[in-house]
Design a protein around this ligand. Structure first.
Ligand code: IMP
Length: 193
């Protein structure tokens, strides 16, 4: 089984490689010579995951999976949500996205939030989606240097460490993306028996 994983995020590739059995071959966008940015124009996480996997399937004729993730904060009415990647504006990065969230959360007691990942799998033009959600809380300041994105300000429920204070193997035991990818793997393994 060969799939393209439609992401340019090296951290995601590293996370997913640890979760996928060795006999499932995962190609990168680079491997299929996809150099352009894939548009993420849908107003939902589900829709953006779909756009990415169908884009690769239709243009590069490879079965494909793609993920889209958002951080949903209760006190911010679910923001940044689908806007997580560009929350601080079109030229956002993790640094200024986090700064914007921390600023908006100043003085707010309700710090409940969740990461939601949707994985869209497209095989022969048919799509299946898998969801992973991890609940947790938003810190008042950054903690830890591992991981990426919003990891330094998110503490998953039942833990003391932020995602950025965890080794990748620890994050992978409980993370939103791991949950969705484990469902994907289960589905792929069922297809091969
Ligand atoms: P996308 O799924 O790559 O579009 O990610 C949307 C935004 O969420 C980006 O700003 C990512 O950095 C952030 N993000 C995605 N996955 C994670 C994660 O596992 N931890 C922290 N931030 C994440």
């Amino acid at each position: 089984m060969v799939f393209v994983f439609a992401t340019r995020n090296k951290n995601k590739v590293e996370e997913i490689q640890l979760l996928i059995p060795a006999h499932i071959r995962v190609l990168s966008l680079h491997d299929v010579h996809c150099m352009e940015d894939i548009p993420e124009t849908h107003p939902t996480i589900e829709g953006n995951a779909s756009i990415k996997s169908f884009y690769v399937y239709e243009k590069y004729h490879h079965n494909c999976f793609a993920d889209d993730t958002g951080l949903e904060i209760d006190a911010l009415d679910g923001r940044p949500g689908v806007l997580s990647a560009r929350y601080a504006g079109e030229i956002s990065n993790a640094e200024n996205n986090i700064a914007k969230v921390l600023n908006e959360m100043k003085g707010i007691e309700n710090r409940k939030a969740r990461f939601k990942t949707i994985v869209s799998l497209v095989i022969d033009g048919n799509e299946t989606q898998f969801e992973g959600i991890v609940n947790g809380t938003i810190l008042t300041e950054k903690r830890g240097t591992m991981g990426f994105g919003y990891d330094p300000i998110f503490v998953p429920q039942g833990n003391e460490l932020s995602f950025a204070e965890m080794q990748l193997a620890e994050k992978n035991k409980i993370s939103h993306r791991a949950m969705a990818v484990n469902k994907l793997v289960e589905h792929l393994l069922k297809m091969t028996v």
